[in-house]
Design a protein around this ligand. Structure first.
Ligand code: ATP
Ligand code: MG
Length: 189
């Protein structure tokens, strides 16, 4: 290895990664929270922005709030999107809120304060047509170089798979919900 390749590999080490957790199985958000802990344990500054959820506090929000300023967590969004006949029914309020949330996310990503930004459930926002894939790709392509970005949610857009470094699909083998066990505090939220 010559001096030049050594420098290049060092530069490569510093480049932030884009990671995606997707799929229909459980564990996308909780795996992202695990990454937040791992990063914060290594003195990295972490920001978690949660899309969609927002009307109540999950266990991860309650514990992450205690880890401030190492980890900051914010819930964007007005709550769950309504579904009619299995399809998302998007209100004008949802659209206005999505636009605001995206502007906020852009500012946070560009501000340079963080080493890792987690965009929880952003894939769903794209899937529902609440965020334009081109805007998200553009934001990621122009992010601060060393920033790591983690995106979660079902039905990841193929364009995101293309630009991501690590993509993991959680695949459902079984879920307690299917035998009638309702979402449990401490397990599901
Ligand atoms: P978690 O938040 O537990 O890591 P997730 O992020 O992979 O799960 P989401 O698709 O965001 O799951 O779904 C949100 C909620 O639905 C969570 O409470 C999760 O436990 C639950 N859930 C996840 N997968 C399934 C499934 N296959 N069937 C029913 N409920 C599920
Ligand atoms: Mg999730």
């Amino acid at each position: 290895m010559n001096e030049f390749s050594n420098t290049a590999s060092k530069r490569k080490d510093k480049k932030g990664l884009i990671l995606v957790n997707t799929g229909n199985g459980k564990g996308k958000t909780t795996a992202a929270m695990g990454l937040a802990l791992r990063a914060a344990g290594n003195n990295m500054r972490v920001l978690i922005l949660q899309f969609i959820k927002g009307s109540w506090k999950s266990g991860e929000v309650k514990i992450m709030e205690k880890l401030k300023p190492l980890i900051e967590i914010e819930q964007l969004g007005t709550g769950f999107i309504k579904f009619v006949d299995g399809k998302p029914s998007i209100s004008e309020e949802d659209r206005i809120n999505a636009e605001k949330s995206f502007k906020y996310t852009s500012d946070k990503i560009k501000c340079g304060k963080y080493d890792m930004v987690i965009l929880d459930e952003i894939n769903n926002m794209i899937d529902y047509g609440l965020l334009a894939i081109d805007d998200v790709i553009n934001l990621l392509e122009n992010k601060p170089e060393e920033l790591n970005v983690v995106l979660t949610g079902r039905n990841v857009h193929p364009e995101l798979i293309k630009i991501a470094d690590t993509v993991t699909e959680m695949k459902e083998i079984k879920h307690a919900y299917n035998k009638g066990i309702k979402a449990r505090k401490g397990i599901e939220y």
